[in-house]
Design a protein around this ligand. Structure first.
Ligand SMILES: [Mg+2]
Length: 355
């Protein structure tokens, strides 16, 4: 077979191939300090200002389902997931460019709603929607957002830079977005069943969505952790490495370790999972820890800091210290609640080309 299916090499394999081809172009601009391989590219504007740039695409039926997603929330999320990548560089968001491919059945009002969600998020994060492009689409809705952020040179934080002995920290709580997604999927099945049986859709089945508003909100309206970036700044903390949790704690910690050339040891009982997520997992006979490790889409920040900062981190009730960076030979491991240490690398996250 002369041709290879993309699923044979997966999303990260494909990014590797693309990086090789892009590599020679990087020399064209000496001010580009970091290209493919982190949450954002980094370039020098002046001696006192660097900028970071990122782009994320949201595709109907891959990243969202309009049956379970209000279109205004979708606009909000499209901005938040990009701001999250800016936060992962320890930067602040500034300007967004938005490209849309719109199916013919869409109305003007739907696109206005989408943009109202984007406007709401942009105002919340203190950034501007500065331009974009629109096209028609022969398949579903496609939203592509490109975002530029500012960061003082001394505060730029890459995925590489973690050192043995550093503390592994995570903002907020994990697993909620995965729990919310499962609830929405269950809701959709019930809805489709009613349609198939020609029964009126009973709005009471929405009850469990109202019962678990936090998890639904985590899935539909994730919040980028700009507040954590500000907390770090105010307290004079510069992380040694950082990434946002888009794929799941396990694969995202692996990115930090592989780029920093280290191992890590984290502790199950220190991983922040909120009560609602545990209740939903129990109800669905699923495992909340697995959702936290591989569910993804939580958009919390995973970062490492020198032990000198442990007191300051403890002062923030919203940041958990979940473990420590180790020498690479030790691998990436997790200690479970019984004290057993397990290899974490076998647990992977979501790959769009493997499903
Ligand atoms: Mg990211």
């Amino acid at each position: 077979m002369p041709y290879k299916a993309i699923k044979e090499i997966g999303e990260f394999g494909l990014i590797g191939k693309i990086s090789e081809i892009a590599e020679p172009t990087l020399k064209a601009t000496p001010d580009l300090l970091y290209g493919i391989g982190d949450d954002c590219a980094v370039y020098k504007v002046s001696d006192t200002l660097f900028q970071v740039a990122t782009t994320d695409i949201l595709v109907d039926q891959i990243h969202f389902d309009l049956l379970t997603t209000p279109i205004k929330h979708l606009g909000n999320k499209a901005i938040s997931v990009n701001v999250s990548d800016i936060c992962a560089m320890n930067a602040l968001p500034r300007y967004a460019l938005i490209s849309l491919a719109i199916p013919p059945a869409f109305t003007v009002e739907m696109i206005e709603e989408l943009y109202r969600g984007m406007q709401h998020a942009a105002l919340q994060y203190g950034m501007a929607i500065a331009g974009g492009d629109t096209s028609s689409s022969r398949s579903g809705l496609i939203i592509s957002v490109a975002l530029v952020g500012d960061v003082p040179p001394e505060r730029v934080t890459l995925r590489k830079g973690a050192k043995p002995g550093d503390l592994v920290c995570v903002s907020g709580a994990l697993g909620g977005a995965a729990a919310g997604l499962r609830l929405l999927m269950r809701e959709k099945e019930i809805m489709l069943e009613h349609i198939e049986n020609n029964e009126p859709y009973n709005r009471n089945v929405m009850a469990d969505l109202q019962e678990y508003p936090e998890a639904i909100q985590r899935q539909l309206l994730p919040l980028a952790r700009l507040d954590t970036v500000r907390f770090l700044d105010i307290n004079g903390i510069i992380p040694s490495s950082m990434i946002d949790i888009s794929d799941g704690l396990s694969p995202d910690l692996r990115h930090i370790c592989s780029q920093s050339g280290t191992g890590a040891l984290i502790h199950e009982n220190r991983i922040p999972i909120h009560a609602e997520t545990r209740t939903i997992a129990d109800e669905m006979q699923q495992d909340a820890l697995t959702w936290a490790l591989t569910g993804g889409e939580d958009y919390e920040l995973l970062f490492t800091v020198s032990k000198n900062f442990s007191g300051l981190i403890d002062d923030s009730r919203d940041i958990s210290i979940i473990g420590e960076i180790t020498e690479p030979e030790a691998g990436i491991r997790i200690t479970d609640i019984y004290g057993m240490t397990i290899d974490l690398t076998s647990i992977s996250g979501f790959d769009h080309f493997q499903t």
